[in-house]
Design a protein around this ligand. Sequence first.
Ligand code: SF4
Ligand code: SF4
Length: 225
Amino acid sequence: MLVSELKPFDEILHSLDGESTIFLLGCHGCAEASHTGGEEEVRAMKTSLEEAGKTISSWTVLDFLCQKALIKTGLQPFKGQILASDSVLVMCCGVGVQAAAAAVDTIIHPACNTLSMGGAQGEWRGSERCEECGDCLLDFTGGICPITACTKSLINGPCGGAKDGRCEHQPDVRSCGWQLIYERLQKLGRLDKLAEIHTVRDHAKAEPPKALRSTTFWALEQAKE
Ligand code: SF4
Ligand code: SF4
């Protein structure tokens, strides 16, 4: 179970700057349980964005966004609407946003931050990983997590150690995460996203919040260990 919280609406709106038509994607899994991406929240987001002048091409809530094969199948009926959209706003945890970004050839935006539960991951394990940093950066990286895809968790570009697109740490098994980010943004025609400089990460946001540690969610995650 991954617990998420909605980003402030202003931040979501800012991420949609220059875009007019948006497709909304929610998740019946952890995001619905977190009250961030179930049908109710997606409908509310649709209303808020329309009030802010955006057009919602369509929306859907899929069972689990943590598996890109499921996303590809679930989005098949919406292919036309997604193609007609400037972007997809994904209302779920960081794993689901990354899986959605890998499944569709359009720019995606995260609507949520993923809160720490001490290391939990998506319910349908895929190759995407979220470190529950509490301040999701996927909007700037084409939906590839710089915290988990880069060995050093760099957030403002590569370290300079990569060779032939491979990470200087374990080049045999790891691609350079920032090379992957660059290639994804280049493919989407959004290299401008790299112009944004991020301030030092607030690691306190990656601490499991006290309130969560007293919930049954927390107890269940610990019991899994
Ligand atoms: S930036 Fe990465 S670690 Fe942080 S919430 Fe997003 S996917 Fe998770
Ligand atoms: S080579 Fe790439 S993935 Fe490896 S630490 Fe440097 S920037 Fe990160």
